[in-house]
Write a protein that binds this ligand. Structure first.
Ligand code: AMP
Ligand code: MG
Length: 403
């Protein structure tokens, strides 16, 4: 049986970014840039006032000096008169600095005097050349690369794209992901289960996990453990970039998923990984002229499904979308309580991560096993306990994955 690391290594070989596309910047939130972005202008585009006040010749300023007011310039206007010694232009934040002026005195340090209010008295001892002025191009020069290929577009990058005139950009599209829950026992959440039945909790959970990554989720609902039905639904699922199934990959008589995938020319890359929960996880790829489609068969128990999604599907979706395959955040924390569950497999254990005494600490929850989704709901991380036959004790350093 292969290790988690080996499984990730194999998945990463197939999870390559999808072909870049040109899209409107306005539609790019959450996507990764496929090409550098250059600015088509200087920013700011002119020397600009950073305060409401008076644009002056700095060397004129001594306490009580009176200057002749030439005009008023607000943001969006342009000055029409140069400022010379003994004159000033009333200026508002963002407006271009008039020729000749090299400082802005803030309005709070001034008062208008004289009947016609055409003279301003400066109540400051002096002014430094350049004060309250942002020079043209100080933030961005025309032609500068402002965002590099590989950058994820967050709201801040949306603003930078707008500032620099990049209305069309090249980006990696997010993959589309089909979700198929398998099992004769599954009924929909709005139904009271009859004898032998359970509600389908994986379907909604996996759909939400996919949506959270920013990818499009196509929920195909429930497939019975029956070859023809699974065949039809798998064919539909292979129309998307990724197919995520839950259930049907263990050793039971009705665990038909691997054979139905094989019948649809999905090549198995691995089946079973040395971990807990999630050991039966299956991964394969369908390769044809349409490009590679990745297929994950997650074990049906909800906690196993969640753990395998976090470990294997999430990095694959990130990589298909142009992010680093290993961009998933891992941290270490100190164990807050003793933990005595022994296993020969690395175990991803529902736990709570918190700060105490200036330290990141982790407390494993009273988890009842792979079918206990309810306890997982109280967790904010998975704590990784390596194989061990001795007890883990308070203060041990443990690797954790935020969920
Ligand atoms: P399987 O992987 O199909 O052998 O299923 C393992 C366990 O997970 C069984 O107890 C199933 O009833 C349960 N299970 C399978 N699919 C789901 C699902 N979609 N929602 C909740 N439990 C499930
Ligand atoms: Mg099943």
């Amino acid at each position: 049986m292969i290790s988690v690391e080996e499984a990730l290594q194999r998945i990463s070989q197939y999870a390559k970014p999808r072909a870049a596309r040109t899209i409107r910047a306005a539609d790019s939130l959450g996507q990764v840039l496929a090409a550098d972005i250059q600015s088509d202008i200087d920013s700011p585009p002119h020397d600009k006032a950073l305060m409401d006040g008076y644009a002056v010749v700095a060397s004129d300023v001594v306490a009580g000096v009176e200057l002749l007011v030439l005009e008023e310039v607000t943001a969006g206007d342009t000055p029409t008169k140069p400022v010379t010694s003994a004159t000033a232009t009333r200026i508002m934040t963002g407006a271009p600095i008039p020729d000749g002026a090299d400082a802005v005195v803030m309005i709070e340090r001034t008062e208008l005097v004289g009947g016609d209010k055409a003279t301003v008295r400066i109540n400051a001892d002096n002014a430094d050349s350049g004060q309250n002025i942002m020079p043209r191009g100080e933030s961005v020069r025309c032609g500068d690369v402002v965002l590099r290929a590989g950058r994820m577009i967050r709201p801040i990058e949306m603003g930078v794209l707008a500032e620099c005139g990049a209305t069309e950009i090249s980006a990696y599209p997010r993959p589309s992901v089909a979700i198929l829950s398998t099992g004769n026992e599954l009924v929909s959440p709005d139904t009271r289960p009859q004898a032998g039945q359970i509600r389908n909790s994986n379907g909604p959970m996996l759909e939400a996990l996919v949506q959270r990554t920013g990818s499009k989720a196509v929920n195909l609902g429930v497939g019975r453990d029956e070859r023809d039905e699974l065949n039809r639904l798998v064919r539909r699922g292979l129309e998307e970039d990724v197919l995520v199934l839950s259930g049907g990959v263990s050793a039971g008589v009705l665990d038909l998923v691997p054979e139905v995938l094989a019948a649809n020319s999905v090549e198995q890359v691995f089946h079973k990984v040395h971990l807990k929960p999630g050991k039966p996880v299956w991964f394969g790829v369908k390769r044809d002229s349409r490009g590679d489609r990745l297929v994950f068969g997650l074990p049906g128990n909800p906690v196993s499904s969640l753990v395998c999604f976090e470990l294997f599907v999430r990095p694959a979706l990130a990589s298909l979308a142009g992010q680093n395959f290993d961009s998933i955040e891992r941290r270490t924390a100190r164990l807050a309580t003793n933990h005595s569950r022994h296993s020969d497999r690395p175990t991803y254990f529902p736990a709570r991560l918190f700060q105490r005494d200036g330290q990141l600490q982790v407390e494993p929850l009273a988890w009842k096993g792979s079918a206990d989704l309810r306890t997982l709901a109280d967790a904010n991380c998975l704590a990784l306990f390596p194989p061990s036959d001795s007890e883990f004790v308070v203060g041990d350093e443990i690797e954790v994955y935020a969920i």
